[in-house]
Structure formats: structure tokens, C-alpha cells
Design a protein around this ligand. Sequence first.
Ligand code: HEC
Length: 150
Amino acid sequence: MTERFTKAAARNIFYGGSLFFFATFVALTALSHNYIVNTGTDEKTLSDAVTRGKHVWEKNSCINCHTLLGEGAYFAPELGNVWLRYGGDKDPESAVLALKGWMAAQPSGIEGRRQMPQFNLTDAEVEDLAAFLEWTSRINTQNWPPKLSG
Ligand code: HEC
């Protein structure tokens, strides 16, 4: 270092650097927030049914066995794309019926298969759950999971 690198210069680099990176941090935070609110979240189709369905999902702790978009427990299948597995994007009515049928038929009692409890949900609750799973299935996960079964 030359003698030109003074205490004042060091201080200026410190303050200048701090300010620059703080401003960058604020700008990136604003950018992320803007993306989450306007692009990442499909707010327009966030109906009351979707919200109620999420509450059914939470109240019954489906996440204790299932994953949703990869988060959760690994005992039972991923449900972020179960709506597509049930063909809901092509025939929503049949997918709701399939979900009702599935929920009503548990536990299957089939030997060698993992069992899912009976939750005794009402028809309205399962319809809300379907709305929630349908909404979730449209989240852009950049083609994850790679397999429909995953
Ligand atoms: C105690 C663990 C457990 C909990 C809690 C649980 N499940 Fe399951 N679930 C399972 C298992 C195990 C399977 C797979 C059973 C099979 O393949 O025979 C399954 C399968 C499913 C399937 C079919 C998936 C497919 O790919 O066909 C759906 C839909 C489902 N569960 C929905 C739910 C919902 C909604 C809740 C909450 C209300 C819930 N599950 C809570 C264990 C659980």
C-alpha cells in the first residue's frame, strides 16, 4: 500500500461499500417482493374455495404423510400434481369425483400397501380440497417433479 491509502480512504471505502450493498439488497428485496406478488402468486384465481381447501389440508395434517411441491413427509405420494394425475386439467368433474372416491375408500385395507386414514370429510370439504389441489397444480415448478407419478 502506498501512503496515499489514508484512514479517510479506508473509511470511505467502508461506508461506500456498505451503502452500495445495502442499496443492492433493498433493490433485490423489492424485486423479489414484486415478483412474488405479481407473477409468482396466481392471485386472480385464489378463490374462497382454494383458501378453505388449504385450511382443510392444514387442519387434517395431510403434510404429515404427503409432500406438496416436495415439502413434507415422504410416507405417501406427492400431491402437488395429483390433480394432473387424476386428469383434472382435462376433465375437472371426474377428478373431483375421483378424489371423493379416494377419500371415502380409505383406509384401503389392502395388505402390503401403506394405509391412509379415514378423515370423514364432507363433500364440501373434499370439493374445497380439490380446488386447493387444482390451484396448486398450476404453480410453475419448472417441470418438477419430472415424472407425473412423482
Ligand atoms: C397417515 C398418513 C397419511 C395422511 C395423514 C394422509 N394420507 Fe393421503 N395417502 C397416504 C398413503 C399411504 C397413500 C398411498 C396409499 C396407496 O397407494 O394405497 C395416500 C394417498 C393419497 C392420495 C392418492 C394419491 C395418488 O397419487 O393417487 C390422495 C389424493 C391423498 N392421499 C390425499 C390426502 C389428503 C387430502 C390428506 C389430508 C386430508 C391425506 N391424504 C392425508 C397416507 C396419508
